[in-house]
Design a protein around this ligand. Structure first.
Ligand SMILES: [Zn+2]
Length: 90
C-alpha cells in the first residue's frame, strides 16, 4: 500500500549544466540551491514548489505524495499553509 518515494534527485544547473545528486527533505520544500560548480543560486520556476520540481530529476517527496493520493492525506493542509506563507514573504 505504501508507495516508494524518491528521496534523491539529480539537480541540473541551469547555467553550467553541472549535475549533483542531492537528498531531498521529506517534509520541507527547498527554495534555494547553490550550484556546487559555478555557485549560481537557483530558485524554483514559477508554479513549482521547490528547486527539485524545477531542476531535479524527481519532484520533491511532497509533490510525489500529493500527485498520488492527495485526497487521502489529511496533512495536505500543512502544505497549503506553507505555500501561503511563502507567498506572503515574497
Ligand atoms: Zn552551475
Amino acid at each position: 500500500m505504501k508507495h516508494h518515494l524518491h528521496t534523491r534527485s539529480s539537480i541540473t544547473c541551469s547555467d553550467c549544466g553541472h549535475t549533483s545528486d542531492e537528498t531531498m527533505p521529506l517534509d520541507a520544500c527547498v527554495h534555494l540551491y547553490e550550484c556546487k560548480n559555478c555557485q549560481k543560486l537557483m530558485t524554483p520556476d514559477s508554479g513549482d514548489c521547490c528547486i527539485f520540481c524545477s531542476h531535479g530529476s524527481h519532484c520533491c517527496p511532497t509533490s510525489q505524495r500529493e500527485s498520488r493520493a492527495y485526497r487521502e492525506i489529511p496533512s495536505a493542509s500543512f502544505k497549503a499553509a506553507s505555500i501561503v506563507n511563502a507567498a506572503q514573504t515574497s
